[in-house]
Design a binder for this molecule. Structure first.
Ligand code: IDC
Length: 474
């Protein structure tokens, strides 16, 4: 007696049993020519003996002709191995096996077959693979023609029809830690803040705002509506109307309008919670359809914990969202909007306990002559973790007065430019203090054009703001 290995079992597999997979495979693995018909049938036959086997794999192309092919399958048992193959270049990674055609059998016309094979080993059991792919298409024994490739969808946002900041960027949104435009691209807005509307209404006229938009090329106007100090609380209807008028004037000039609920003293925003809800309910209902409005719900909380500010935010934000679901909302931070630094804290308290709302940013304020490297370092650290907006800063000391600190102002604005953090400078007004951009008497004169009306800070800021913007449109 002598023995030769005998087929212990014959296993014939035509992949029709796995037809349910065909659609998924053609959908996610289109052939190089998306219009090509694809299809294949595979017959896998084994001679098996303890620990070893020979496999013969007949591949039939049922689709359009191919000039080369890759066969793929997965061994069902982790112990199965290709030891030596022929008529193809064999590779195994884990349980996945691929066989690539060689020169002489790469071309397979429609209906043509080729046979490849290998010697294998096995340990636990030696079941045959149950599914095969040819050039990514699952072999079902039939063919499928993928639907014609669809042309790329038209851009969801058509190109801008104007050249102003709002015409180009449209409705803003927060994406990641950035402020993004309607194309989902990060942008930086650079502009000016009003002074208190109760004191400087004559600085915000059609003429002055034309100069701000056209000569300064300002992207935004921050509308600072004080709540105390003879502000909103003394006449809510009148201040609300004044804010709305300025929103319209900014819109007419293609500038964004930052509606600043300018709380300062007392520093606890909860003191003004009911006023904030009333005010923001009104302005958000009235301006919901506009694309140029950004809401700043509290200017500079101070003497309160982050959790109190967060609680305030989580009560005011829903009031705005009920009317204006897609607007960006900016939340003040602890220690006069210093991210907590002026209170000996830092941005970790926000990162660890963020406001539970979408499409929001956090405020950072600085005064260049007072706030230096330790503040800059914290902004840089926070900027990778939180969306930041510098809604107010001065080139001078935190008192709003004194000389321009050019070196520190440069360091700050270079940093903000690099990080694409938007900013508004305090103030586009003729207040008799170093932070004001306009010389005293300018607003009463009614003439705002040129540089002769500017203070040192105003000249500095105008130069920074009027440099070209970088607003991507695709
Ligand atoms: C200042 C004004 C000043 C005014 C004072 C009180 O420049 O004319 O008398 O407020 O209303 C802030 C505040 C901002 C301050 C500014 C400068 O947001 O209201 O304006 N500042 O002190 N935070 C840090 C500095």
């Amino acid at each position: 007696m002598f023995s030769i290995p005998r087929p212990s079992r014959r296993h014939l597999l035509v992949g029709g049993a796995v037809g349910a997979l065909a659609l998924a495979a053609t959908a996610v693995l289109p052939s190089p020519d998306a219009m090509a018909a694809t299809g294949c049938a595979v017959t896998y036959t084994t001679n098996s003996w303890p620990g070893g086997f020979t496999a013969t794999v007949a591949v039939k192309n049922l689709g359009d002709p191919v000039s080369n092919w890759t066969l793929g399958f997965t061994f069902p048992d982790g112990g199965q191995r290709v030891v030596q193959g022929w008529s193809a270049t064999w590779q195994q990674s884990g349980s996945s096996v691929t066989a690539r055609s060689v020169d002489y059998n790469g071309a397979l016309g429609t209906g043509a077959s080729t046979t490849v094979g290998f010697n294998g080993s096995w340990t636990g059991s030696n079941p045959s693979p149950t599914s095969f792919t040819l050039n990514g298409t699952v072999c079902t024994g039939g063919t499928s023609t993928p639907p014609p490739s669809t042309p790329p969808p038209p851009p969801t946002t058509p190109p801008p029809t104007g050249t102003t900041p709002v015409a180009i960027n449209g409705q803003l949104q927060v994406c990641g830690v950035n402020l993004c435009n309607q194309y989902g691209r990060p942008i930086q807005l650079r502009g000016m803040s009003t002074h208190g509307l109760q004191w400087f209404a004559n600085c915000y006229t059609d003429t002055s705002l034309n100069v701000l938009a056209n000569e300064w090329q300002s992207d935004l106007l921050r509308i600072s509506m004080y709540v105390q100090e003879q502000g909103y609380e003394t006449n809510p209807a009148a201040f609300t109307a004044q804010v709305n008028t300025l929103v319209d004037k900014a819109e007419a000039r293609g500038m964004y309008a930052l509606i600043d609920f300018h709380t300062l003293t007392p520093g606890d925003p909860m003191y003004n919670l009911d006023r904030a809800k009333t005010f923001f309910a009104n302005v958000s209902a009235r301006n919901a359809a506009k694309k140029n409005v950004i809401y700043e719900i509290t200017n500079e909380p101070n003497g309160v914990s982050w959790s109190t500010i967060r609680n305030y935010a989580e009560q005011v934000i829903p009031v705005i969202r009920a009317n204006d679901p897609d607007a960006v909302i900016i939340v003040g931070t602890r220690g006069w909007s210093s991210l907590g630094v002026s209170d000996g804290s830092n941005s970790d308290e926000i990162v660890n306990n963020p406001v539970r709302a979408q499409n929001i940013m956090y405020t950072f304020h600085f005064y260049a002559a007072s706030h230096q490297d330790n503040y800059r370092n914290e902004v840089q650290r926070a900027a990778s973790r939180l969306p930041l907006f510098v809604t107010e800063f001065g080139t001078v000391t935190y008192t709003g007065d004194g000389a321009v600190d050019t070196a520190s102002s440069n360091a700050w604005l270079d940093l903000l430019d690099r990080l694409k953090i938007s900013y508004a400078n305090w103030t586009f007004s003729d207040a008799p203090e170093g932070s004001a951009a306009l010389r005293p008497g300018t607003c009463a004169s009614g003439s705002f054009s040129g540089t002769s009306v500017l203070t040192q800070s105003g000249a500095y800021m105008r130069d920074r703001i009027r440099t070209p913007d970088n607003f991507p449109t695709s």
